[in-house]
Design a protein around this ligand. Structure first.
Ligand code: PLP
Length: 447
């Protein structure tokens, strides 16, 4: 049985006050600040397997997984060994090194249309570089993106973005120039007619369509059957590139990411892909890659400049390589079982408590939307009872289960979520569902 922890978290609270004095909002990435749910973020001191321990000494089953990377759980012994052995030989050389080659080989081996890839340090850098490359390759400037899709904090891609932009209901980001914004067309997700119409009007200006392979940053909203194919067909007909952002889904939804679940595409594969999160194993490593004729436009072979002091960092690539090599079919099978169990139990508990909800799933990624009816786009994702989510979230947190602190994020499971961790979550879920039911608005939404 889970018993709730006391409401106050003195050590996290003290650190949060210190942090707010010197860092905007007290955090180094906005969603960590708990603004979507209220309360004090937990400052974590350590992680092992499926569990995190905070500075007040409380333990939590982690369903954030560092927002995706920790697919094997925290401090996996073999990844730790790879990191410490590599670090002992030096941290960064500013020269090529073998792990970089091996990591890109692993990516190329897993995702058939990726003939070449280049390593960077964050998903943001990957999408930013892919956009520049698409513009350089096509000689066009306009980019099409979808509302609710998040591609990192790239200026031109912040319009109607998901993730923190959704959590805080920001219309767009301040500080993005009109010129940048005017070169971005934002369309509703899963709406091929809107894509057709945009291309009919401005097709010759459009360098690329960028889409999350299966969106996870407005909550989990998989592409409708034929949507990705349709994007491929339309972009190809107009000489534009298709960029599939697999930063979240890559190496998580399957060995070959979301691509591995949707393939084969009759109209052909996307031209470029972006990766991050899992491929860094918890360290800053990300990548973009795709067709060799496009990738060869990058410096030093071609005229599109792109660089990075720490790109392909030896320690980060060692962590990523060890992680990917450990991501065997058994691991993907285990992730499915964990996701089946937890999503099934969450739904059952909410149904029992009479709370309207829908669970959406993409591979082992899933989340609960607090509304009735499937979510196919950003408008529908925003039409949910975030107060019910906050009540659900806080009850789980008080019982040692750490969910993403936002109704617009996927929950992330790991292969380290063993029977003990799962039992702990199953025990807490009915209490959380009851709290969501008591939150008031929970009972009326969709009614
Ligand atoms: C997380 C994410 C990014 C940004 O990656 P960072 O490493 O946070 O810069 C880009 N695209 C998608 C789909 C993501 O989920």
């Amino acid at each position: 049985m889970t018993t709730p922890y006391p409401a106050d978290v003195p050590a996290s609270q003290a650190l949060f006050e210190r942090a707010r004095a010197v860092t905007p909002g007290g955090v180094n990435s906005p969603v960590r600040a708990f603004r979507g749910v209220g309360g004090t973020p937990r400052f974590m001191a350590s992680g092992a397997g499926a569990w995190l321990t905070d500075v007040d000494g409380r333990r939590y089953v982690d369903l954030v997984g560092s927002w995706g990377p920790m697919i094997l759980g925290h401090a996996h012994p073999e990844v730790l060994e790879a990191v410490t052995t590599t670090a002992a030989r030096g941290f960064s050389f500013g020269t090529p090194s073998e792990n970089e080659v091996a990591l890109v080989e692993e990516i190329v081996d897993r995702i058939e249309p990726v003939e070449q890839a280049r390593l960077v340090s964050s998903g943001t850098e990957a999408t930013m570089s892919a956009i520049r490359l698409a513009r350089g390759f096509t000689g066009r400037t306009t980019i099409v993106k979808f509302a609710g899709c998040y591609h990192g904090h790239v200026d031109s891609l912040l319009a109607s973005a998901g993730s923190g932009v959704a959590t805080f209901a920001l219309p767009d980001s301040a500080g993005v120039s009109k010129a940048e914004a005017s070169e971005t067309i934002v369309l509703p997700y899963n709406d091929l007619a809107a894509v057709e119409a945009a291309f009919a009007e401005r097709g010759s200006e459009i360098a690329a369509v960028i889409t999350e392979a299966s969106p996870g940053n407005m909550g989990v909203v998989p592409p409708a059957p034929g949507f990705t194919e349709g994007l491929r067909r339309i972009t190809a007909a107009h000489g534009a590139l298709l960029i599939s952002d697999e930063v979240m889904t890559g190496f998580r939804c399957s060995r070959a990411g979301w691509y591995g679940l949707e393939v084969p595409y009759e109209s052909g594969a996307p031209d470029l892909f972006t990766f991050g999160k899992v491929m860094g194993g918890g360290f800053p490593a990300a990548a973009f890659g795709g067709r060799a004729d496009i990738m060869s436009r990058l410096a030093p072979d071609g005229p599109v400049y792109q660089a990075g002091t720490l790109s392909g960092n030896p320690v980060a690539t060692a962590a990523g390589l060890a992680t990917l090599r450990l991501c065997t079919p058994d691991v993907y099978a285990r992730l499915q079982v964990v996701a089946d169990t937890l999503s099934g139990a969450a739904s059952e508990a909410l149904t029992a408590a009479g709370v309207p909800h829908v669970v959406q799933r993409a591979g082992s990624m899933f989340n609960v939307f607090f509304r009735e009816g499937a979510v196919t786009n950003y408008d529908e994702a925003r039409d949910q009872d975030t107060a019910a989510f906050a009540a659900f979230f806080h009850e789980l947190l008080s019982r040692g289960v750490h969910l993403p602190p936002s109704a617009f994020e996927s929950w992330f499971v790991s292969a380290a979520h063993d029977d003990e961790a799962i039992a702990h979550v199953l025990d807490a879920l009915p209490h959380a569902a009851a709290a969501a039911g008591r939150s008031g608005s929970g009972a009326t939404i969709g009614a």
